[in-house]
Design a binder for this molecule. Structure first.
Ligand code: PMP
Length: 351
């Protein structure tokens, strides 16, 4: 007889591990197209010198710096090993057996995995016809067992975003005992002024937690830092369940150095947004369905053509993320990378 692994883990889906290939253009993981600036790499190198020492337990220096830049008290910020770790920690801190997590579908695929790993039911509410969160339907789906609701804004993988009025109306009606997690991993790429800043919404709402990350606009996906802004009680709960020393000394140093260069982060994000507009308009002109996006990727709701389209792109050396039967998500890259993708897309002929 072998070791007794939890039987319910068998039904937890495996992660989709992004593919890679030598020389391929990687538009499949919503990463930044450029490496970190030299000053960040210097900070990483300096931090490595003290690699024999544990990092700060709760990333206090980084928290203080974030508090300053976000104009939020330090007691309202928790730092984690990527915002994905904070998603998991929130589920862990708020849910137990018999509880439910509520989320839109399709959305970030880690949410239902974390729910099931915690032994919690993931209740899903379909996106609306415009691939947006259907907040009224989500509100109606809250049950006495609901503990956490994820609202991914902008949504991964569709790039759609909910606007201020709709989100406030939703938050005003969600019961106080339910934690709403506004996952703003792609916030820096939003250019619709009606999409709210979740941190503003969370200021006077103790049941709202906002997730942000250094992985996307800050270009530090490989170094793993994210943060959560929420009421002090939520932050304390996150501290209880966190893996000790989860955020490495190198990651903390990189995030601190990146925060010293807000102009550079803004201009890199603006370049991605410009390319997003170009990509969307050329795709539409080429007759491809493409959903308006507020993130660093675009969504092509190709349905049953999704996998074949992604395969055709791969044959042209461009990796994109297929969601078979649903659509394809394409990260916005550098202009020449996007041109390579457009050329692959224009060559694609549905069978
Ligand atoms: N939230 C969303 C919506 C994401 O798409 C991602 C990454 N793909 C994350 C969180 C996690 O990002 P990270 O852990 O790198 O901060």
């Amino acid at each position: 007889m072998g070791v007794a692994i939890r039987a319910d883990l068998a039904s937890v889906p495996d992660y989709n591990i992004p593919g890679t290939a030598p020389g391929a253009i990687l538009l499949n993981s919503n990463e930044a197209p450029l490496p970190p600036p030299p000053a960040v790499i210097d900070a990483v190198t300096r931090a490595a010198v003290e690699g024999h020492r544990y990092p700060e337990w709760f990333s206090d220096t980084l928290v203080a710096r974030l508090a300053d830049s976000l104009a939020v008290p330090a007691g309202r910020i928790a730092v984690g090993c990527g915002s994905v770790a904070l998603c998991r920690d929130l589920v862990q801190a708020f849910c137990g057996p018999g509880d439910e997590v509520l989320l839109a579908w399709r959305s970030f695929d880690a949410y239902p995995v974390f729910a099931r790993v915690a032994g919690v039911r993931a209740r899903t509410v379909p996106l609306d016809a415009g691939h947006r969160h259907d907040l009224d339907a989500m509100l109606a789906a809250i049950t006495p067992a609901t503990r956490v609701v994820f609202v991914c804004n902008p949504n991964n993988p569709t790039g759609t975003a909910v606007r201020d009025r709709a989100l406030r109306a939703f938050l005003d009606r969600v019961p106080d005992r339910v934690l709403v997690v506004l996952d703003e991993a792609y916030r820096e790429f939003v250019d619709d002024p009606e999409v709210p800043d979740g941190i503003e919404l969370a200021r006077d709402r103790p049941n709202v937690a906002v997730l942000r990350t250094f992985s996307k606009a800050y270009g530090l996906a490989g170094l793993r830092v994210g943060h959560c802004v929420a009421a002090p009680a939520v932050v304390s709960a996150l501290h209880k369940v966190a893996v000790p020393f989860a955020v490495s000394r190198i990651a903390q140093a990189a995030a601190l150095a990146a925060l010293e260069r807000p102009g550079e982060v803004r201009s890199r994000a603006a370049a991605v947004v410009r390319e997003r507009h170009r990509l969307l308009s050329l795709l539409t002109r080429g007759g491809h369905p493409a959903t308006p996006s507020q993130a660093n990727f675009v969504w092509l709701p190709l349905g049953r053509d999704a996998a074949a389209f992604a395969d055709a792109c791969a044959r042209h050396g461009v990796l994109v993320r297929a969601f078979p039967g649903e659509g394809v998500r394409v990260t916005v890259g550098l202009p020449e990378e996007n041109d390579a993708f457009l050329s692959a897309a224009h060559h694609y002929r549905p069978r």
